[in-house]
Design a protein around this ligand. Structure first.
Ligand code: G3P
Ligand code: CA
Length: 273
């Protein structure tokens, strides 16, 4: 099994906030993660992308358009430009309020870099499970992974014996990206993400060499719940995303999955009791 608390040691799956408590607060902002802490989550998830000047920022989409007041492709914009944008008011507008009413508190709308997110986690003094997903993995010849390892090393998070944050995992849909991470930081456990439309090879319990955790699209678990047992039999941990519906929460708990990743971690914790 991968390092970290064993499944079931708290009597239920661990609950991870997907992009923070992203149903309640603008995803990937400090407000979303602070809300997640307030719910008492077991961990947090974030996506990372590379800026034009090679900083890792916590943004899901390739473009800034949906979650900021700017436009353009992250990888073509420098950090300083991205820092000028507001990353929160889109959510208020999304929730139905007018542009005039939108919260334009610059701190609330501040871009979250991976460094800043991890610094905030260390400040919480909690051993939160920290799931970092690398995006655009087949581009930039491994620069994303190298930058990620640099950040983790700078913060002392790859040594494995650190008190603050021993529970870092790196996740990807790309085997290539995972193998690069394996080469650069063999002590960091890896999560192979599988979406519903993916080839079925990992559904029988197989995983890329050196990977012990599967991250399953909840739609796979709905259609083929036996996939969970297939991985458990091989000693793999099973994480499921993005689990927002009560029926899916109960299904995951019944199947004994290790981690539930949700936009609504407070609701999930409430359901799991
Ligand atoms: O936790 C895995 C999940 O986040 C993968 O999908 O598109 O939300 O990054 P996505
Ligand atoms: Ca993600």
């Amino acid at each position: 099994r991968a390092a970290g608390p064993p499944p079931g040691d708290r009597g239920r799956p661990r609950v991870v906030a997907h992009r923070g408590a992203s149903a309640e607060e603008p995803e990937h902002t400090l407000a979303a993660y602070t809300r997640a802490y307030s719910h008492g989550v077991d961990g947090i998830e974030c996506d990372v992308r590379l800026t034009a000047d090679h900083h890792l920022v916590c943004v899901h989409d390739r473009r800034v358009d949906r979650t900021s007041n700017g436009n353009g492709v992250i990888s073509t914009l420098e950090l300083a430009r991205l820092e000028e944008l507001d990353w929160a008011s889109w959510k208020e507008l999304d929730d139905g309020s007018s542009k005039e009413d939108a919260d334009v508190d610059p701190e609330r709308g501040r871009l979250l870099t991976l460094r800043r997110l991890l610094d905030s986690l260390v400040a919480q003094h909690e051993p939160l499970l920290t799931l970092i997903e690398t995006k655009h993995p087949t581009r930039y010849g491994g620069l994303v992974e190298r930058q990620l390892v640099t950040v983790l090393r700078d913060l002392g998070l790859t040594s494995g014996d650190l008190p603050q944050l021993p529970h870092v995992r790196v996740m990807s849909f790309s085997i290539l990206a995972l193998m690069r991470m394996r080469g650069l930081a063999p002590q960091v456990p890896l999560v192979y993400l599988v979406e519903a439309s993916a080839p079925r090879f990992s559904w029988d319990g197989s995983l890329p060499r050196g990977v012990n955790i599967i991250g399953l699209d909840v739609r796979i678990v709905r259609r083929t719940p036996s996939v969970v047992r297939a991985h458990q039999r091989r000693g793999h941990e099973v994480y499921v995303w993005t689990v927002n519906e009560p029926d899916d929460v109960r299904r995951c708990a019944d199947l004994g999955v290790d981690v539930i990743i949700s936009d609504r971690p407070g609701d999930v914790l409430g359901l799991l009791g």
